[in-house]
Design a protein around this ligand. Structure first.
Ligand SMILES: Cc1ncc(COP(=O)(O)O)c(C=O)c1O
Length: 443
């Protein structure tokens, strides 16, 4: 239980009141309402606001609907296919050689394992902290997930990776998930995979626009997957891409996705027919292709990725410095791994102090929610990012480090469509909610 001196409390309340008054002056018709002494900031904007589709994408989608040609292969040539054009835009951005557009990133992750030789029952080492879609994709590919501890910065613990590879010499796949766009130590992870002869695969669902040592994420692994589900950097509702420099993997992925007979000829970002050989007869068609409609709305979004990343990062820096300045004793924001040369902060993660009790953490979350900001706790008993909720792929061994981190790790989206002032309110609601926790402890 936190104990507080009267003096510290008075100081906190003074700072809190100061901000509220300020918000009242600068944001009279904005999303927050502050009504004077002792007042609290309220947010009325929707945290789930997705990025809108650029006009160019809306028009392209309308054109497609007029013709009805929504199936990627309903075109005369590969070049005129909207899906092919979108695949090209994606790899022009990431720098990969090949790309196959799919109905989801989960499908891309499942195919990464199938295309790199995973057999039923084979072990796949992956992050203990990620979204449930990742162990689900391992299960979908017929693999058995073995979890590697994550650290307080939400990334794969390299020491535990080596320990788990040593303990599981039969494991030949490591699937690193860049959860919330955070890259682990990719040099160490690559070295360890090489040492143990394991194929490295990258889940870049959240790391589009994120760079490792000046190169776009997804180049350390043999294959990578990205997502265009609505809450990602590109939005087509549902969608994903498999990206790789490996010709055989790209050909297999296209056939698994649904390039049956000679349909591979209607792709522009896969290798030539010599690589496909008899694959359309040997490999099943899982029908996980992307529709032309999804591709039409994604393509123009790729052009604005860097601009949007910059905006996110500016807002993030301001938000974090405000929270640290006011509540740095009780909230920590983990630094990014040094080799990450360009993050994309489209959401905020922070760790509450372990000095707070579970009840105080819950009170903090309730306070945030009551003031219009749904902050999620990764370790909540219903959160799909908490490994205890993956009954379909349970951990065989305890994961104490990840479990402890999850109990205090909080997550908030930073919707692009919000205004700069809304992020001031976000900082205020977080700080004021924590102050309410501390004040209660004094009662
Ligand atoms: C870390 C992570 N990987 C993979 C996925 C799967 O993405 P999709 O929803 O496109 O299948 C998600 C989904 O949100 C995710 O959060």
């Amino acid at each position: 239980m936190i104990r507080f001196t009267k003096l510290a409390l008075i100081a906190l309340v003074t700072i809190s009141v100061g901000h509220s008054t300020d918000a009242l002056l600068t944001n009279p018709v904005g999303s927050s309402t502050s009504t004077g002494l002792g007042s609290r900031t309220f947010i009325t904007r929707d945290i789930k606001t997705p990025d809108p589709i650029p006009v160019e994408g809306q028009e392209a989608a309308l054109e497609l609907m007029k013709t009805g040609r929504l199936y990627r292969y309903n075109v005369k040539s590969a070049e005129e296919s909207m899906v092919s054009q979108c695949e090209q835009a994606i790899i022009d951005y990431t720098g990969h050689k090949y790309c196959v557009a799919l109905n989801s990133c989960g499908s891309a992750i499942m195919l990464m394992m199938k295309c790199t030789g995973l057999k039923p029952g084979d072990k796949v080492l992956s992050n203990a902290f990620t979204f449930g879609a990742v162990p689900s994709a391992i299960e979908h590919a017929g693999g058995k997930a073995v979890y590697v501890e994550s650290n307080d910065a939400y990334v794969m613990d390299v020491e535990d990776l080596e320990k788990k590879l040593k303990a599981n010499p039969d494991a030949k796949h490591v699937l690193v998930s860049h959860m919330r766009g955070k890259l682990g130590d990719m040099n160490a992870i690559t070295e360890i995979c090489e040492k143990y002869g394991a194929t490295l695969l990258e889940d870049c669902a959240h790391s589009l626009g994120v760079y490792w040592e000046g190169t776009h994420s997804g180049h350390k692994g043999r294959v990578a997957a990205i997502s265009s589900q609505s809450y990602k950097m590109i939005n087509s509702g549902e969608g994903g891409f498999l990206i790789t420099d490996d010709a055989e993997v790209a050909a297999m992925a296209a056939v698994y996705a649904g390039a049956y007979e000679g349909l591979a000829a209607k792709h522009t970002t896969v290798p030539g027919p010599e690589v496909f050989g008899d694959m359309p007869k040997e490999i099943p068609n899982y029908s996980v292709r992307m529709s032309a409609l999804a591709a039409a709305v994604i393509k123009p979004q790729v052009q604005t990725l860097d601009e949007r990343a910059e905006k996110y990062n500016e807002r993030y820096d301001t938000l974090v410095s405000k929270i640290k300045a006011r509540m740095g004793d009780f909230i920590s924001v983990s630094p990014i791994t040094p080799g990450c040369t360009r993050p994309v902060h489209d959401s905020l993660q922070f760790n509450l102090s372990h000095d707070l009790t579970d009840e105080q953490v819950q009170f903090f979350l309730d306070q945030c929610a009551e003031h219009g900001l749904p902050v999620e706790l990764f370790g909540h008993k219903t959160n799909a990012r908490n490994f205890i909720n993956w009954d379909f792929a349970p951990a065989d061994e305890p994961l104490p480090q990840t479990a402890k981190m999850l109990t205090r790790a909080c997550d908030v989206r930073m919707p692009l469509m919000w205004d700069d002032e809304d992020f001031d309110d976000m900082a205020s609601v977080i700080c004021e909610s924590l102050e309410a926790v501390l004040a209660k402890a004094e009662e």
